[in-house]
Ligand binder design. Structure first.
Ligand code: SAH
Length: 217
């Protein structure tokens, strides 16, 4: 794994393109400029790592498009040391971005193969503050709750109640794409123990949020 000047140059161009598309959060753009996305992709796609596209990461899953990663990360408004739960580790790329933003990241994945892959890659890259878990994230990760922020990176048919309940208050934020074929991005802010504010934002296409786990074959 090497990060060359050429990769850095391509990343800078990608960041400029994200800015053009409307991403204004400079901390998020700096994190995207800092993390070598090509480490998270199969060699076969390395040439394309800095295009604004999703790519297959095996097990029928994809690494999210950089625009989507930037968009969700900006909505989370991460502050240093905040506890953040990510559901859908996938390649580990989004978790790395959150860690660079200063979060203490807990990330859970239902595909055992992806869990092992992402965990070992993040360790090799030196992300010692990211904690990876294998399990079904529809119930969140109650063990370490509450979280300042929760991000779901798969399309959920409905907002799981357990995720709302694992948000800290006041001001815990849940960012989740909701819908079957196409999803609307929801930003849910927990105002108090019982009150939540829901904002419905733009539309996206994610892989489905599935129940249960899938063992490595
Ligand atoms: N954040 C990832 C995007 C991966 S795609 C990245 O940066 O690469 C979404 C991931 O969510 C897939 O890996 C899928 O297996 C996982 N997923 C879907 N439903 C899940 C669930 N209930 N619990 C945990 N992970 C889930």
């Amino acid at each position: 794994m090497t990060d060359t000047y050429r990769h850095k140059g391509l990343r800078k161009r990608m960041v400029d393109a994200l800015r053009q598309r409307g991403i204004q959060d400079e901390a998020v753009l700096a994190a995207i400029a800092a993390v070598p996305r090509h480490f998270f992709l199969d060699r076969a796609f390395e040439e394309h790592a800095y295009e604004d596209k999703p790519f297959p990461i095996g097990h029928d899953q994809t690494i999210s498009q950089p625009f989507t990663v930037a968009y969700q990360s900006a909505l989370l408004d991460i502050h240093a040391r905040e506890k953040v739960l990510e559901i859908g580790t996938g390649s580990g790329y989004q978790a790395a971005i959150l860690a660079v933003l200063g979060a203490r990241v807990y990330t859970i994945e239902r595909q055992e193969g992806l869990y092992f892959q992402a965990k070992s890659l993040l360790e090799r890259m030196g992300f010692s503050t990211i904690k990876c878990f294998f399990g079904d994230g529809t119930k969140g990760l109650a063990q370490f709750a509450p979280y300042n922020k929760i991000i779901v990176t798969a399309g959920a048919p409905v907002v799981p109640e357990s995720l709302r309940q694992q948000l800290a208050w006041p001001a815990g934020i849940l960012v989740i794409p909701v819908g079957e074929e196409v999803q609307m991005m929801y930003k849910i802010t927990r105002l108090s123990e019982t009150e939540f504010r829901e904002e419905v934002l733009d539309s996206f296409r994610f892989v489905p949020f599935l129940k249960g786990t899938q063992k490595q074959k």
